[in-house]
Write a protein that binds this ligand. Structure first.
Ligand code: 523
Length: 152
């Protein structure tokens, strides 16, 4: 199991390097966790993703650090201040980008999240994560999300 874990960690590093080398843009997605629940947001675009739930985020800008992109995107989309706390799961290759999931918490004194660019928001606990209609890429981290939420 240790060997497997080491191999998985190595593979993750290689995927990250490949992304840097090929210059594939990174899209950050964010698991904002509070009281054992994660914040899910309902997309309104494009048509094939509309109505399905995602971890909020967006494209990292040229020269921007990923945690800064997380803070910026969540301020724009939800009106909140977050603190980035870590990473979740492995990078997920999408059509022309790489989706990387970060974890975060609301900063003390942050406003409550509002759906400024989404159709709806919802706090989802571990029991409800598997049944939610996630966009395909986010579905891939659902098991990791459940583990994260159950770990307290
Ligand atoms: N995803 C995705 N899951 C997820 C996010 C934040 C994004 O599958 N949690 C996909 C959806 C789009 C691409 O990543 O194919 C870009 O996300 P988007 O549209 O939320 O980010 P923007 O608005 O910063 O980027 P553009 O739409 O490319 O302008």
């Amino acid at each position: 199991r240790l060997v497997l874990r080491l191999l998985a960690a190595r593979a993750e590093v290689l995927v990250e390097r490949a992304a840097e080398v090929t210059g594939r843009p990174v899209v950050v997605a964010t698991a904002v966790v509070r009281d054992g629940a994660v914040l899910a947001a309902r997309r309104t675009r494009p048509a094939e993703l509309a109505g399905r739930w995602e971890l909020p985020g967006g494209r990292v800008e040229q020269g921007e650090a990923e945690p800064d992109a997380v803070v910026r995107e969540l301020r724009e989309e939800l009106g909140v201040d977050v603190r980035v706390t870590g990473r979740l799961g492995t990078d997920l290759p999408l059509a022309d980008v790489l989706l990387r999931v970060h974890t975060a918490e609301l900063a003390p004194g942050s406003p409550e999240p509002e759906p400024l660019e989404h159709g709806a928001l919802r706090w989802v606990d571990a029991a409800d994560v598997p049944g939610l209609d996630w966009v395909p890429a986010d579905r891939a981290v659902a098991a990791d999300l459940v583990t994260l939420l159950r770990s307290g």
